[in-house]
Write a protein of this length. Structure first.
Length: 95
C-alpha cells in the first residue's frame, strides 16, 4: 500500500520494516536509525528532531521513496493465501 502521508507518531522501525525503500533515505540523511535499539520507540518526529532534520522534508523524502518502490504493491509472503501442508482439496487428513 502506498500511503499519501506518514503518521508522525509511527516508529522509525515500523516505517523501515513496512517500507524497506525508506532505509536508503535514513542512510542518505546520516541517520543512525537502522538497527538502533531506540528505533522501536522513536517516532518519525523524534528521529527528525534528534538528527536536526526538518520533519516535513524527511517525510516528503520517505514518501517519495515509498512511491518509487515498485514492490510496495506486491503481496508479501504473509499476505498470500498460503495453503497449509495436508490442507489441499481432496487430500486425506492425517489428524
Amino acid at each position: 500500500m502506498r500511503p499519501s502521508t506518514l503518521n508522525p507518531n509511527m516508529s522509525v522501525d515500523e516505517i523501515m520494516r513496512r517500507w524497506p525503500a525508506t532505509i536508503r533515505v535514513m542512510m542518505r540523511n546520516h541517520m543512525l536509525c537502522i538497527g538502533c535499539p531506540i528505533g522501536i520507540f522513536h517516532t518519525l518526529a523524534d528521529a527528525a528532531a534528534a538528527h536536526a532534520i526538518d520533519e516535513a522534508f524527511l517525510t516528503a523524502e520517505l514518501l517519495a521513496a515509498i512511491r518509487a518502490d515498485l514492490s510496495v504493491d506486491a503481496l508479501s509472503a504473509f499476505e498470500t493465501n498460503a495453503v497449509r501442508p495436508g490442507a489441499l482439496e481432496g487430500e486425506a487428513s492425517h489428524a
